[in-house]
Design a protein around this ligand. Structure first.
Ligand code: FAD
Ligand code: SF4
Ligand code: SF4
Length: 465
């Protein structure tokens, strides 16, 4: 195993960011990105470990030492091409992957100091390529086989890119008017600018993938109908259905699911209203219920929409919060406050049926539950009222049932997810699935990893036919 060299610089080159004061007032990207000089300086720290433990931590098995070596050698375009051999959305992953738990968690240099900033270097190479022109790789000869993909999120786009390069004819059917899935409608502009997602989707289009938007499978065609025209189908329809608390008052005005709120802010560009986009009202006091990344994104959007007091209401403590530490820190820096060990009991409205307060109860933690996290129980008599102008519910998402309801014999789990074998194959012949529709809410890179695996299995299946 490689050992860190004595004298190696332990600190990673920092990523410049907008200050909290600046960024609270705009939707521009918070992290500004490495310059050529900073990327070269960070790349110098990489030890080029032969065993590449970092690559083993990447769900799409990126050739990390190889692309960093190309950056060291100033071959930025080649570095981007090397990344693209394994990753169809590098500018996205470089920005939103939880690198600290994946590739970077295994970096040898991390044993003595900051791990190599793999995500930042990946972002640098991908951005450099976008600004200087991308090279479209050669494709295999046409196989005459056709594949339909349901959903243009990270899972579907990965399968599409992998299969088109192998010579198959690929069509993606997307329910919304834009591709990208959560990358387009969920993750806010200040973390992932939409022009980046558009450019990544355009690149996949240039590879020869046909994208059909406003095409809801289950209504326009069923999966069975797709199989009449295609040799295989991949379902990557995600988990876009919001979960509710099931408490009184959830149907009051100005109570939003995080899905609706983020779609209106990101996809419908509420932040640009009245110049463009649709309006959304948050008022001065906003409560966001939940403790994951979606809650942090919602809270940070509310700050930027002008709310004066944004509170995250979470029933466990900070240690149990599922959100990335970096996102919690960003939210704190932007003035978001936290009501830990607090759970909402009911939402109260005024005479116009608009939410005005939340009755909450304080919680205490007991023994761990099935998720391994300590179970919160209410403290009797600790009820209190929290004044609010709007409430955003960010407590989870499940799959939309339309595919399940319209596809005979497709085996699904109780919570609605599609059940697949280790190759990504469903209970139906020639039908594969992957991403959030199989795992429930996960990450961009895990959806892409599932897409890569299914693409391999689809290719083998088509090659045998
Ligand atoms: P999706 O991205 O959900 O894409 C599914 C696509 O299928 C959608 O475009 C949908 O419109 C389409 N579709 C659905 N049904 C049909 C149908 N019947 N016919 C046709 N099309 C259909 N992960 C990270 O790694 N880092 C983060 O920072 C991060 N932040 C997040 C923030 C938010 C607000 C949210 C909601 C999620 C976040 N995630 C993050 C999770 C990540 O985005 C998802 O795990 C990932 O997008 C899942 O990819 P997917 O392709 O399976 O599904
Ligand atoms: Fe790391 Fe994600 Fe890039 Fe893989 S895709 S190397 S996990 S940042
Ligand atoms: Fe080694 Fe880290 Fe460089 Fe990977 S990124 S080759 S683990 S030093």
């Amino acid at each position: 195993m490689s050992a860190p060299k004595p004298g190696l610089r332990k600190e990673a080159v920092p990523m410049p960011k907008q200050t909290p004061q600046e960024r609270k007032a705009n939707f521009k990207e918070v992290a500004i990105g490495y310059t050529e000089e900073s990327a070269l300086s960070e790349a110098q720290r990489c030890l080029q470990c032969k065993e590449a433990p970092c690559s083993k931590g990447c769900p799409v098995e990126m050739c990390i030492p190889e692309f960093i070596k190309l950056i060291k050698e100033h071959k930025f375009s080649d570095a981007a091409m090397k990344i693209r051999e394994k990753n169809s959305l590098p500018a996205v992953c470089g920005r939103v992957c939880p690198q600290e738990e994946q590739c970077q968690a295994r970096c040898t240099v991390g044993r003595i100091g900051d791990p190599i900033s793999i995500g930042r270097l990946e972002r640098f190479a991908a951005d450099w390529e976008r600004q200087h022109g991308s090279v479209i790789p050669e494709k295999a000869a046409p196989t005459g086989k056709k594949v339909a993909i349901v959903g243009a999120g990270p899972a579907g786009l990965t399968v599409a890119a992998d299969l088109v390069k192998l010579g198959h004819e690929v069509s993606v059917f997307e329910a919304l008017h834009k591709p990208g899935g959560v990358l387009t409608y969920g993750i806010p502009e200040f973390r992932l600018p939409k022009k980046i997602v558009e450019a990544e989707a355009e690149y996949i289009g240039k590879l020869g993938v046909t994208l059909r938007t406003d095409a809801l499978i289950g209504r326009l065609y069923t999966v069975e109908e797709l199989l009449h025209n295609f040799n295989a189908v991949f379902i990557g329809s995600g988990a876009g259905l919001p979960t509710f608390l099931g408490i009184p008052g959830e149907n009051l005005c100005r109570v939003y699911s995080a899905n609706e709120f983020l779609i209106r802010v990101n996809l419908m560009k509420s932040y640009d209203f009245p110049k463009a986009g649709t309006p959304i009202y948050v008022g001065e006091k906003v409560a966001v219920i939940g403790g994951g990344n979606v809650a942090m994104d919602s809270a940070r959007c509310a700050v930027r929409l002008g709310a004066k007091e944004v509170k995250i209401v979470y029933r466990r403590s900070k240690e149990e919060m599922p959100a990335r530490a970096e996102e919690i820190e960003n939210a704190e820096e932007e003035g978001v406050s936290f009501e830990f060990l607090t759970s909402p009991l009911r939402l109260l409205g005024n005479e116009r049926r608009t939410v005005k307060s939340i009755e909450c109860v304080r919680m205490r933690l007991t023994e761990p539950d099935k998720s391994g996290r300590r179970r919160p129980v209410p403290i009797e008599g600790s009820n209190f009222l929290m004044d609010v102008d709007s409430v955003i519910l960010a407590i989870g998402r499940t799959p939309n049932p339309i595919i399940k309801q319209t596809t005979d014999d497709l085996v699904t789990a109780d919570w609605g997810g599609i059940i697949v074998d280790e190759t990504g194959k469903t209970s139906l012949n020639a039908v594969y699935a992957g991403g959030d529709i199989v795992t429930g809410e996960a990450t961009v890179i895990s959806a892409m990893g599932a897409g890569r695996k299914a693409a391999r299995a689809i290719h083998e299946f088509l090659s045998e036919k």
